[in-house]
Design a protein around this ligand. Structure first.
Ligand SMILES: [Zn+2]
Length: 335
């Protein structure tokens, strides 16, 4: 059944193909090690060992250099997971391609696992979706900057949690998210359809220091920066060509607008209202990573979005302990 470099093109194909454990295994191995299997234990020590033997009956390799065994899951977001690869792969397909997000309850039902397992799986997949947004080079050209308040969720929380969350947060306990959107325009200054890329971040406040700090950390000096009239953005000139539009008057003046980000906020709102109705602010950034991933990959096919996620599972780990944090956020695993 295994076909070299085969990629399913629909959910039905993915389910059918990955149900065979040999297919799922071969698919991940090929994706991880396109030029030959490399021992992840040796790799962690900075050595490259390709001297490995494969035990097909257990689907593990043994490294002749360090004598250790490893499966395709070692050194990836799947490590230590009792879930089989077919569940991971189909889960990734569902999440990569769910336009309005998908709740852990839906994932649990679709994969036949518990909601708690699904919630953990979702967050590990979100980690893979965090497409190097930190290491990325700075945005340039024309960039929109805007912030939004994610609110009302605190009302769904336990009272004790609520006090803890709201302390030191933005106005009336809302969470603040900053967005930057780089436009890819054609020569005439018109936005090419669907051509823009976002970066989003959960931020502590809307001070000039915070907002301008994000712009400076993510946008090349000399770029055009479009914002609303908020005083916190004053001071970006002359480092940037800063132009703003006063939303009390209009939402766009010529090219100057933050409409690209408004669009992203409304898509994210739709996920929060319709899908993830109980997002713990502690985990908000993970949901932002997921939606930013889908937005930035919105022009790709379902199969290509799936490949983008499955290709990013290596070198990333998230244990349950890390996920729920020092303060126990386990109570907030419903969404
Ligand atoms: Zn080794």
């Amino acid at each position: 059944m295994k076909r070299d470099n085969y990629v399913p093109e629909s959910l039905v194909e993915a389910v059918r193909y990955f149900t065979d454990p040999d297919n799922a295994h071969a698919f991940m191995a090929q994706l991880r090690w396109p030029t030959g299997v490399v021992c992840p234990h040796c790799a962690m020590l900075g050595n490259e060992s390709k001297d490995v033997s494969f035990y097909a009956n257990r689907r593990v390799w043994r490294c002749q250099t360090c004598k250790k065994q490893f499966s395709v899951k070692v050194g990836t977001i799947f490590e230590d997971s009792p879930l089989t690869l077919d569940k991971w792969l189909v889960g990734m397909w569902l999440i990569a391609n769910a336009k309005n997000g998908i709740s852990s309850h839906e994932i649990a039902r679709a994969l036949g696992i518990t909601q708690k397992s699904a919630w953990f799986l979702d967050h590990r997949i979100r980690l893979a979706m965090k497409m190097g947004s930190i290491e990325k080079s700075k945005m340039q050209g024309t960039v929109e900057a805007d912030e939004t308040f994610i609110g009302g969720k605190a009302s769904n929380m336990h009272k004790s949690k609520k006090a803890e969350k709201i302390q030191g947060r933005g106005s009336s306990g809302k969470e603040i998210v900053m967005g930057l959107l780089q436009r890819f325009e054609d020569e005439t200054g018109l936005l090419k359809t669907g051509s823009s890329e976002v970066r989003v971040k959960h931020i502590p406040d809307t001070s000039g220091e915070t907002l301008q700090g994000e712009v400076r950390a993510n946008v090349e000096a000399g770029s055009e920066v479009f914002t609303d009239a908020a005083p916190a953005y004053r001071g970006l000139s002359p480092e940037y060509y800063h132009e703003f539009v006063d939303h009390a008057v209009s939402y766009a003046e010529g090219r100057v607008s933050t409409n690209g980000l408004e669009n992203f906020w409304s898509l994210f709102d739709r996920c929060l209202m319709g899908t993830w109705t109980h997002v713990d602010p502690y985990h908000l950034f993970r949901y932002l990573d997921e939606q930013a991933f889908r937005f930035n990959a919105r022009k790709l096919t379902d199969a290509d979005r799936f490949l983008l996620v499955t290709g990013a599972v290596s070198g990333k780990r998230l244990t349950y302990k890390e996920l729920i944090g020092k303060v126990n956020h386990e109570q907030e695993t419903q969404e």
